[in-house]
Design a protein around this ligand. Structure first.
Ligand SMILES: C[S@@+](CC[C@H](N)C(=O)[O-])C[C@H]1O[C@@H](n2cnc3c(N)ncnc32)[C@H](O)[C@@H]1O
Length: 293
């Protein structure tokens, strides 16, 4: 396979409109919901803050001027840093990986690779490779924090193209990147006039849901409660926010506040253990931007 050529089949990569696209396929990613979300984004704001950035679907479609991007996933935030600061070396390393045979054996070999923290480019290349080859692109780790998603059995290796990586790098040039819990990020950085987009792991729906197993720390009911408190504080502080979540009783209860607008939207969901459970799932957008939509 040739790395970094454009792929006709991958919707994340093929883009006739030449927009910036996410360089990762992220579980729970919002590529297919971006149009709905944008309706609630204010025209003007000071900083753009996204504390659960994942693959950054909304960020890459807006390319805002003053972004702060954060996530609790350390490997993910390392990827963003490398794409922002050293994308050419990253492309070279990805080319080396693409030169290896593409099969199950290589996948498990690369999954075992461990690099010291300062080997940022190699860590980022491994993460991108695993993201494109593991089952459903799922980032799942065991209790010791080791990546344990099985091989995805895709017919061919499809890594992000040079164009995707270089345009993502351009979009990230002004971005401040943080690794950590959302509460701290919002407490320390969100100020009056800022826009905050929040896309947390969703509450588990049904026994096969493990969307929230992104890091060794699960996003629990308590975390959703903590998040609703942070959102209330954002509102009091004069920030505009949009939060996406599953249309789930817990979420409706936590955001029953009449001051907030709750809009039901539908998005195709692809990350599921059972193929037959894929399909349109009701989600909600909750916002204090009452004039929008
Ligand atoms: C649904 S995904 C975000 C998807 C993203 N909107 C996109 O379009 O790709 C949720 C993200 O929250 C992160 N996360 C989980 N717990 C967190 C926490 N306590 N603080 C910050 N980020 C967290 C996960 O690592 C994951 O990347």
């Amino acid at each position: 396979m040739t790395l970094l050529d454009s792929s006709e089949t991958n919707p994340l990569e093929a883009d006739s409109l030449n927009r910036v696209r996410p360089f990762l396929k992220w579980a729970g990613g919002k590529v297919r919901l971006v149009r709905e979300i944008i309706r609630f984004v204010p025209r003007n704001y000071a900083k753009y803050i996204e504390p659960f950035v994942g693959g950054g679907a909304l960020f890459f479609s807006l390319c805002p001027k003053n972004p702060i991007l954060a996530d609790s996933n350390q490997e993910l935030m390392n990827c963003y840093e490398v794409v922002r600061d050293r994308y050419e070396s990253l492309i070279e390393t990805l080319q080396e990986i693409a030169g290896l045979p593409y099969n199950e054996e290589t996948f498990y070999e690369i999954r075992k690779w461990k690099f010291p923290r300062n080997q940022k480019i190699k860590r980022a290349a491994r993460m991108i490779y695993l993201n494109r080859t593991a089952f459903n692109g799922l980032y799942r780790v065991n209790r010791s924090g080791e990546f344990n998603t099985p091989f995805g059995r895709y017919k061919k290796l499809s890594l992000p193209t040079e164009k995707v990586i270089s345009s993502a790098s351009r979009a990230l040039q002004k971005a401040a990147l943080m690794m950590g819990d959302f509460e701290e990020v919002l407490e320390n950085l969100a100020r009056k006039g800022d826009f905050v987009y929040l896309d947390p792991p969703y509450p588990a729906v049904g026994k096969y849901s493990d969307f929230n197993r992104y890091t060794k720390d699960f996003f629990s009911e308590k975390d959703h409660e903590r998040l609703s408190e942070s959102v209330r504080k954002l509102d009091e502080r004069g920030c505009t926010f949009v939060l996406s979540n599953a249309d789930h009783p817990l979420i409706r209860e936590l955001y029953a506040d009449r001051k907030f607008k709750l809009v039901r939207v539908f998005a195709p969901r692809y990350i599921n253990c059972k193929g037959d459970e894929r399909g349109n799932v009701a989600e909600v957008l909750i916002t204090n931007n009452l004039d929008s939509g």
